[in-house]
Write a protein that binds this ligand. Sequence first.
Ligand code: PEP
Ligand code: MN
Length: 355
Amino acid sequence: MADFVPVNEWGLFPAGDRPFVVAGPCSAESREQVLEAAQALRDCGTGVLRAGLWKPRTHPGGFEGVGARGLAWLQEARRASGIKVCTEVGSAAHVKACLEAGVDMVWIGARTTANPFQVQEICDALEGSDIPVLVKNPVSPDVDLWIGAIERLASSGIKKVAAVLRGFTTLDKTPYRNAPVWEMATLLGARLPKLPLFVDPSHIAGSAELVKELSQRALDLGACGLMVEVHPHPDQALSDAAQQLTPAQFGIMLSDLKVRSANCEDAGYQQALAALRAKIDDVDGRLLSLLAERMQVSRQIGVLKQEHSISIIQTGRWEAVLEAVRKEASALGLDQSMAERIFNIIHDYSVKAQD
Ligand code: PEP
Ligand code: MN
């Protein structure tokens, strides 16, 4: 797949910004609310204001957004505070309206990513533009559906693309509104290593109290950006009230977040790391030779048992070995359950070798 333009070259985020921050209300509700949010967020260093104009609601009858008339509020917020602006697009008509209004970035929502017809319609409407697009994960944990949407954008010549992990619908009960399933980000990263990853802790959390720890987790796992819901008065929000932070809470969160770097050029660090890695390689080599030696002995035992018509598995013996392993592991300060799991695997293969 085509290369992706790194986020720091999108011209949206202040230079040196880490993480890249997109924040703002779930929905644009009024001109005043958008302007107030934009100013407060600009004051905490946010690069891009988010505000949904067309809201995909699970149930009919909920607040479905103010629609295209909110574009003028985003333009005004942009002029007044200097912040860049983005909103969700779910159709070609939305894309057209956003491009005409000079919106700086758009995102494709989780329900839309799950629908290739809609994604294709959006891609066709985006063709020829240079606008950055964030692609939320589809509601179900299906990495191919997510990648498919990104491939469609690439085929339409859109190069400023990032994925947004916003959690998944699962039957399992979790403390979250949408289970994060962090492995999905790893799977996506393995398939598209150059694709930038954002995390939307707000839609994962479903409640404001969980947003900070999820944001930290996202950064620890290597996400380069966050999309966070922030509302000047969350208790009055017309959608997603429970998960939105106040600008003050958001500012504190941003200053508390610790950013780990992916790499470090410091020569001392590089040398110490190389020395420790050499030690690990040496230990791994010795572990493997010991395993080979052990398997050799197992095979000899197998031959001996066969010559004397003795059954391969002898439970009493294996229980005694495991007991000894647990004792030895704990004397060496090792996790007993780790040692037990490893020896069970070794035992399985020993039994196979005696067949
Ligand atoms: C949103 O960002 O407000 C939204 C509707 O998100 P999602 O598509 O992740 O549910
Ligand atoms: Mn929302």
